[in-house]
Design a protein around this ligand. Structure first.
Ligand code: ADP
Length: 254
């Protein structure tokens, strides 16, 4: 038997198929304008990837901001709970999860069973989220996936505005004054690092720290966070799937 976890985020929809021991299929697609349509499409994709039929599915759990739009799921569970269970499944020694997605960032403190002890979420402002980096990458005329590589080894420019709109103006002024793309990229990642540090500090930093969400693909930001927090920050190729994994694990009842 299998369970399926579907995490429909603000930017990306992620789904995994779980057989009670391991993830046997996973996929990610853009959420687009309709969380309902992308969720349904993704469900069909992972079902066929895993080559399973409806009767082999014991539970389908939805999470993420778009979960309310999904009619094919059995249960809806909050992202925070799913991230906790997903992290515990990947590595039971994880005690702090830093999640930076398309439109929000979270710091979650876990106990030794993956239950939530405390959490904080910034979903009021784009600063410190993937959206912030996307806007800045656009201003620098690069892809968001290049930010890390471009900023590597550069002396960071100071980006003093926290607000995305003002920071974009600041980036444009820096470019006009001859600052390098490399220095600006590093400065932008430092800015996200500081904002994240403030959030995590309020929850309390406890080893082992795991970085999830699409922004965790940025290895330079992970490096900056490790330095600032004073502990190594880990991530994995499954980092963006953490919510979907937690949903599937809860659905399986393990
Ligand atoms: P959500 O659940 O809110 O949809 P995700 O956790 O799936 O968000 O992350 C999506 C975000 O990840 C994108 O909006 C983008 O900003 C960011 N992202 C994707 N790839 C990269 C990358 N290589 N480096 C940094 N950020 C990235």
């Amino acid at each position: 038997m299998y369970s399926i976890g579907v995490d429909v985020g603000s930017v990306a929809a992620k789904a995994v198929v779980f057989d009670g021991e391991k993830i046997v299929a996973r996929e990610i697609i853009p959420t687009g304008w309709s969380p309902k349509e992308s969720g349904e499409k993704l469900f069909e994709i992972v079902k066929s990837m895993a080559e399973i039929e409806k009767h082999q599915i014991k539970s389908i759990v939805g999470t993420g901001y778009g979960r309310v739009a999904l009619s094919f799921i059995d249960r809806k569970i909050t992202e925070i709970t799913c991230h906790g269970k997903g992290a515990h499944f990947l590595d039971p020694s994880i005690r702090t999860v830093i999640d930076i997605g398309g439109q929000d960032s979270k710091a979650i403190k876990l106990d030794d069973k993956g239950n939530i002890i405390d959490f904080l979420m910034n979903d009021k402002c784009a600063a410190g989220t993937g959206r912030f980096l996307q806007v800045m990458a656009h201003a620098l005329e690069i892809d968001i996936s290049q930010l890390s590589q471009i900023g590597e080894g550069a002396t960071p420019e100071t980006i003093s505005s926290m607000c995305t709109v003002f920071a974009e103006s600041e980036v444009i002024s820096l470019m006009a004054s001859g600052a390098s793309k490399e220095g600006i990229a590093a400065g932008l990642l430092q800015s996200v690092c500081s904002k994240t540090y403030t959030l995590v500090s309020k929850v309390g930093i406890q080893d082992k720290v795991f970085f999830s969400g699409g922004v965790s693909k940025n290895s330079l930001l992970k490096e900056f966070l490790s330095k600032k927090l004073g502990v190594e920050v880990f991530s994995s190729e499954l980092s963006q799937y953490l919510g979907a994994i937690g949903a599937a694990v809860i659905g399986y009842g393990v």
